[in-house]
Design a binder for this molecule. Sequence first.
Ligand SMILES: CC(=O)SCCNC(=O)CCNC(=O)[C@H](O)C(C)(C)COP(=O)(O)OP(=O)(O)OC[C@H]1O[C@@H](n2cnc3c(N)ncnc32)[C@H](O)[C@@H]1OP(=O)(O)O
Ligand SMILES: O=CC(=O)O
Ligand SMILES: [Mg+2]
Length: 315
Amino acid sequence: MFRAIAVRFLSKQAVSKVPERNYIPRRALMYVPGDDYKKINKAFGLDVDCIALDCEDGVALNKKDARSNIRAVLDQGKPQKKKNYDFGVRVNSIESGLCHQDLESCLTGRNLPDTVLFPKVEEGDHLKWFADEIRHLIKNNGKINLIIYIETARAFINLNEICKTAMQLSKRFNFIPSALVFGSDDFCANIGQRIHWKFCMHGKKLVLVAKAYNLQAIDMVYIEYKDLDGLKLQCEQGMRMGYTGKQVIHPGQVPVVQEAFLPTKYQIEWAEGLLKSFEEHQKSGKGAFSYRGSMIDMPTMKQAQNIMKLANLAE
Ligand SMILES: CC(=O)SCCNC(=O)CCNC(=O)[C@H](O)C(C)(C)COP(=O)(O)OP(=O)(O)OC[C@H]1O[C@@H](n2cnc3c(N)ncnc32)[C@H](O)[C@@H]1OP(=O)(O)O
Ligand SMILES: O=CC(=O)O
Ligand SMILES: [Mg+2]
């Protein structure tokens, strides 16, 4: 009897799941230097899933008062656009010594950003520091999404611990872990490399861990911003790895990335047909069947559902 209760208790523990979260599309995550009003206004006119006003590397060291501009923009209220979008602020890293001032400026005004983008996270303790900061700064039960940057060798070594800590802290503090970003430029600097975009092993690891925690995975910046063919190719490679979006730095990159992270017309037509066929076969009692020459069963049906979910979300 006691054993049966213990087994039931343990199995309940074992099946405790990572929470499902509201999916906020972030196909293109667009950086806008926070000290540049002209670029900020331009960004609000673009059809882009996510705008990130930057305090960090897009801003010169002698312009770090960008945080005051950003506060002024936040105080005016999130500019409305035809389609909703994610409005974020990328603060400086803890190591820079500027992060506290950035958070204080951006999280204590009339309006919160939707999301804080937190660079150069290297260990779970960085998130504990962050949680403690926002506990003091955010009032009135406000909540923000958190995007975590993985961009150093140490961060890759500690990746699981970072995500686990984020999940645990988010139960008690006012943030929702939303995504991991692969900061490949900083990663190159950290490991003493020149820019090179074939970091498949690291990129894949990031996707794998992100998915294990129901987080989005956002791919590297393509700094050759005039080369749109190269950008498209890199988007396709990232998407095939499981990335859900990509960082962008220039308005010209936005349509390419927004489009690339959508299912194609062919994929949608395939998925719609498959789902219909799956339902019919389920009714007639067949778990596995043939569809356009392939064996289909539950996992393929789930893949088709993923395609349709993405297609519907981005409409
Ligand atoms: C590794 C990382 O951390 S990446 C993130 C940090 N880096 C950044 O944020 C860089 C952001 N991007 C930029 O600063 C610029 O795009 C640059 C420096 C790459 C090129 O700048 P420019 O030579 O001015 O680009 P260009 O002249 O082609 O710009 C065309 C228009 O787009 C605007 N624009 C360019 N970049 C951006 C941007 N990121 N956001 C909004 N508008 C922009 C320009 O202001 C210009 O507007 P206009 O036509 O109304 O005059
Ligand atoms: O922050 C982004 C990067 O590539 O570094
Ligand atoms: Mg970086």
